[in-house]
Ligand binder design. Structure first.
Ligand code: SF4
Length: 242
């Protein structure tokens, strides 16, 4: 199979992506793009990424060449507990056949990296994602964010941590995204997601943004929340919306 160029929401520093694993991911994250509607419309895709975890043998014929940064297993989690050791070893060995590339692995079970550190190509980058500091058992079956953090903290390897999608963080540790003096953040209770809706130079302008955007949805007992947050991450004003 030819090596695919990286596309979609993949990191812009990754040039290519490749998957050897078929079957559905154990972690079953509610926001998983593999389960998104676009993919559901493709029957071949659904077949390939449904059912038990398996190796797709023809993928081991893929020539990785050189000079690329390749994300391995972008459609699954290679280090999930249900992926047999021998599958991981074979995939790592395939990567090692092409040593003049950088390989990127990302898992929500980074504690399992340790078992394979001697087999992972030296020119690799190991990552995880931490979407929230809160309990996310209603969103994903993956190990908790705390477990991931603890594993990544002691991992001695070239590594990275992403926060995507950003779910609801406690405000004290929420990564501030706004550049202006005040950010207007929407906390969506139903999706358990947080996003920067807009930003403003002054508090008054930030308030106007909220009034204009939400108008009569503002209420004292709405489930969703909109916060105006200053540059230091302090919540200056909270609005409830329904
Ligand atoms: S770990 Fe990744 S591939 Fe697996 S379900 Fe979650 S988002 Fe999808």
């Amino acid at each position: 199979m030819p090596l695919k160029k990286s596309k979609g929401n993949m990191y812009n520093w990754v040039t290519n992506q490749h998957a050897h694993l078929g079957g559905s991911c154990l972690h079953d994250c509610s926001y998983c793009y593999v389960k998104s509607n676009i993919y559901k419309r493709n029957p071949d895709f659904v077949k390939r990424y449904s059912g038990f975890i398996r190796l797709i043998e023809k993928e081991f014929d893929t020539n990785y060449g050189k000079g690329k940064t390749i994300f391995i297993e972008h459609m699954n989690d290679l280090f999930a507990e249900n992926v047999p050791d021998e599958f991981i070893v074979r995939i790592l060995e395939h990567c090692k056949k092409w040593p003049e590339n950088i390989y990127v692995y990302q898992t929500k079970n980074p504690a399992r990296y340790f078992k394979f550190l001697n087999l992972i190509p030296k020119n690799s980058i190991l990552g995880t994602t931490i979407e929230t500091n809160r309990d996310m058992s209603n969103v994903s079956k993956a190990p908790s964010a705390k477990e991931r953090y603890e594993a990544m903290k002691i991992l001695q390897f070239r590594k990275f941590v992403t926060s995507e999608p950003i779910l609801r963080f406690d405000i004290e540790i929420m990564p501030i995204q706004h550049k202006k003096n005040f950010g207007v953040y929407h906390w969506d209770t139903f999706d358990n997601t947080t996003f920067l809706m807009d930003e403003a130079d002054t508090f008054k302008k930030a308030e106007k943004i909220v009034q204009k955007k939400y108008g009569d949805r503002l209420s004292s007992n709405g489930a969703d929340q909109v916060d105006i947050v200053d540059k230091k991450g302090n919540v200056v004003k909270i609005f409830h919306i329904c």
